[in-house]
Design a protein around this ligand. Sequence first.
Ligand code: FES
Length: 485
Amino acid sequence: MSHLLPLSRVTKLVGISRHALQEMIRSGALDTFDGMVDLNELLRAFPDTRWEDDAEYRRVTEIKEKAFGKRVFERALPDKEVLSARLIELGNEYAAAKALLMHYSQTLSWLDEKIDEIEEEGQSRETRNALHRLRAFIVRHLAEMPPDAAKVQAVIAQERILRIMSAQVTIQPSGHEFTVEGNDTLLEGALRAGVSLNYGCSNGNCGECRARLISGEVKKVHAHDYVLSQAEKDAGVILMCSCAAVNDVVIEAGVAGAKDIPEQQLEARVKAVEVFNPQVAALHLLAPRSQRLHFLAGQSIRLSAQDASGEYAVASCPCEERHIEIQISRKPDDAFAELLFGGLKAQDIVEVTGPYGEFVLEDDSTRPLIFVAFGVGFAPVKSLVQHAMSLDLAESIDLHWLADEAGHYQNNLCRAWADALDNFTYIPHAQTSDAETALAGIVRDYPDLQRFDVYAVGNAAQLKIARDLFLKQGLQEQYWREYVC
Ligand code: FES
């Protein structure tokens, strides 16, 4: 009997990135069937995995939780109704498997009796010998466990735990796949996985997150005020911000690009002002419960408070629910920056408008990524790096941070990312007055730049030098993306 596993669950079971798994499929090292992997094929392709020992998986998870502040790898239990529905489903599977085993056992007893009867009927010596050998074969075969039985048992046990804690979601027609962990709704799961689905309020009022359930089962875990028509309900329409997946589901839903997200206005509260040093500070805002900001990593927003305003790139990831982080460098002509360093305090109201810009990730690209951040240009890069990590599709992610007088003010965070992820490399570059020499040194390390996507943030002069050098070294023009700050 075949036991098929979805790809996103396989990545968790064997502890490799989605990119690495897809490379194996492309090269023929791993066979799939309708986008699923057979259990026996998994054991063949990963013969050295110690399925019964998840110590290494736990160690890596601990490093990741530390690097991402428990945010992305939260391990909360599912909603209690979802949990009980999943347990009932597993219980039913167990009962069906047990009934099947009982049936096989009875069939064997019946076969045994039948052989006795035939023997007693005084068949020929050859027939009796053949029946005797058949009985001996069956008894011996049943007594011997296949050599891989312990491994199969361990994989199935781990897969069952994953199925209790999470569910796989496939979005049609885009083909995006992600897992919904803990008590996340479908929308929260998508945002954590870096998949930008259409949505508005995120709390059941606007109906923008309507989607059609094609297969699987969902449960409403948050009440919603938006009223679905009877025709919509009959067609399987659900609100993704209100529903959690009970089991693996396929959903028809729209994926939003930068141009699809409308301008929004909301009043956020200051959660904290984090002063890194006299030149740079981060403003941490909390959007109201009823109006989360819909944006893509790399976009910017306009902030206004106490007669001061300014437009800045968002430094946080859209996966961070209501939290919005902005990093601002102190400049004499920037009144909002002065307010941030001088007067803004927790609980103050800041008006947020946006998002703006198209400096966003090519989210289905599997090409290796290079990020180049000059000074506080690190802010949008931070958001993009976290988005790329959530998508887990890029072959590798290299971050080059060229410091200005503010230094590498989030050095520890970048080092923690490098510790947590095998395919992430952090290369800090000291402040220099000769950006051209520093950049020439960077591009020299990439003799095969035509394979890469490059995202760069800095002032116009810095970006011009960087762009010329990268293109000269072989980067294709359409894979150069820049944001002037
Ligand atoms: S996002 Fe508004 S109802 Fe779901």
